[in-house]
Design a protein around this ligand. Structure first.
Ligand SMILES: C[S@@+](CC[C@H](N)C(=O)[O-])C[C@H]1O[C@@H](n2cnc3c(N)ncnc32)[C@H](O)[C@@H]1O
Length: 269
C-alpha cells in the first residue's frame, strides 16, 4: 500500500511530533523548491551557453529524495508502466522497443556467464533478462522496498544477490565485476552522485570489464515540459567524468532510449 500525503503527514506527527513535522515540511518542501528553482535557473543558463560540463545538483534529486520517492512508489506493475510510455514518447510498440534494447544493448555487449552488477533494479524489469545471461547477478539499490520486491520475484533464483547501499559500492572488492548495467536510474541522480559512482566503477570493474549506463543528456524539452523527472547531466559532462577516471568510452547511443534526449553510454576499464 502506498501512503497518501495526508496519511504521511499524520504518521509523521504521531512519530515525531507537531513542531518537528512543520519544520520538516518547511525544509523539504519550501526550502527545497526555492533551491531547486535556483539550480534549474543556473543549469538552464549553462544549457543555453552550451556548457553542459557545469551543470549543478538539483535539491529535488538527492539520494534522500530518490529513496523517499521509490520507497513510497507502487511497484505492482513492475516498472512496465515505463515500458508502455514508449508509445507516447516515440510512437513505437513498447514490446518491440524493449526487445530491441535487450538485444542491441544488453545481449550484444555483454558476455554470457559473467558477474553482473545492476544498479537500481526497481522491481526487476531488466534483472529478469540479466539473470538469463549472468553467472552471478548482484543487485544494488538505495531503496529497501525495491530489493524486497525483487527478492520475492526471484526467490527461486540463487544466482541473484541483494545489497542495500548508500550511494556507494563499498561492499564490493576491487576488480570483482565483469559487467555493469543500469537503466532508468542515473537519469534521476545528481551529477555529484554520478561522479561518485563512476569513481567506484573504476575500482570494482575488472580490467576489460564493461558498463552500460543510461543517463540524461539534458535538453530544454525536459525543463519546459518537465518530462521524465530528469536530473542534469550531459553527453559531454558524462564522457569527461569517464575520462577523468581513466575509463574508455565505447559508444554513446541516443536512438535506443525511450525518451528523446537521454543517452546510453557504454564504456570499459
Ligand atoms: C525509475 S526506477 C527504475 C527501476 C528499474 N531500473 C527499471 O528500469 O524498471 C529508479 C530505480 O533507481 C533506484 N535509485 C535511485 N537513486 C539511486 C542511487 N543513488 N543509487 C542506486 N539506486 C538508486 C531506485 O531505488 C529505483 O530502484
Amino acid at each position: 500500500m502506498v501512503e497518501s500525503k495526508r496519511e504521511r503527514v499524520n504518521n509523521l506527527i504521531k512519530e515525531k511530533g507537531f513542531l518537528w513535522t512543520v519544520s520538516y515540511i518547511f525544509n523539504s518542501q519550501v526550502k527545497e523548491k526555492i533551491s531547486d528553482k535556483y539550480a534549474l535557473w543556473i543549469n538552464k543558463k549553462q544549457l543555453d551557453a552550451k556548457d553542459e560540463k557545469s551543470f549543478i545538483d538539483l535539491p529535488s534529486h538527492t539520494v534522500e529524495e530518490n529513496k523517499r520517492l521509490w520507497n513510497n512508489y507502487d511497484w505492482s506493475e513492475e516498472g512496465e508502466e515505463w515500458t508502455s510510455e514508449v508509445q507516447k514518447y516515440k510512437g513505437i510498440d513498447p514490446n518491440q522497443w524493449k526487445k530491441q534494447l535487450i538485444n542491441d544493448l544488453m545481449i550484444k555487449n555483454f558476455t554470457a556467464n559473467k558477474t553482473i552488477l545492476e544498479i537500481g533494479p526497481g522491481a526487476g524489469r531488466w534483472t529478469e533478462h540479466l539473470r538469463k545471461i549472468g553467472k552471478r547477478v548482484i543487485l544494488a539499490d538505495i531503496t529497501k522496498k525495491c530489493l524486497d520486491v525483487c527478492q520475492e520475484r526471484f526467490k527461486d533464483d540463487n544466482k541473484i544477490e541483494y545489497h542495500l547501499i548508500e550511494n556507494n559500492l563499498d561492499f564490493l572488492p576491487e576488480n570483482s565485476i565483469d559487467q555493469i548495467w543500469s537503466y532508468d536510474v542515473f537519469v534521476h541522480i545528481n551529477p555529484s552522485d554520478i561522479k561518485k559512482y563512476i569513481k567506484e566503477f573504476q575500482r570494482v570493474l575488472k580490467p576489460g570489464g564493461i558498463a552500460i549506463i543510461h543517463h540524461s543528456g539534458m535538453i530544454s524539452d525536459y525543463i519546459d515540459k518537465k518530462e521524465g523527472w530528469r536530473s542534469f547531466m550531459g553527453k559531454n559532462q558524462f564522457s569527461k567524468i569517464l575520462e577523468d577516471n581513466n575509463l574508455k568510452i565505447i559508444s554513446q547511443n541516443e536512438d535506443l532510449v525511450h525518451l528523446k534526449g537521454d543517452i546510453v553510454s557504454i564504456f570499459s576499464k
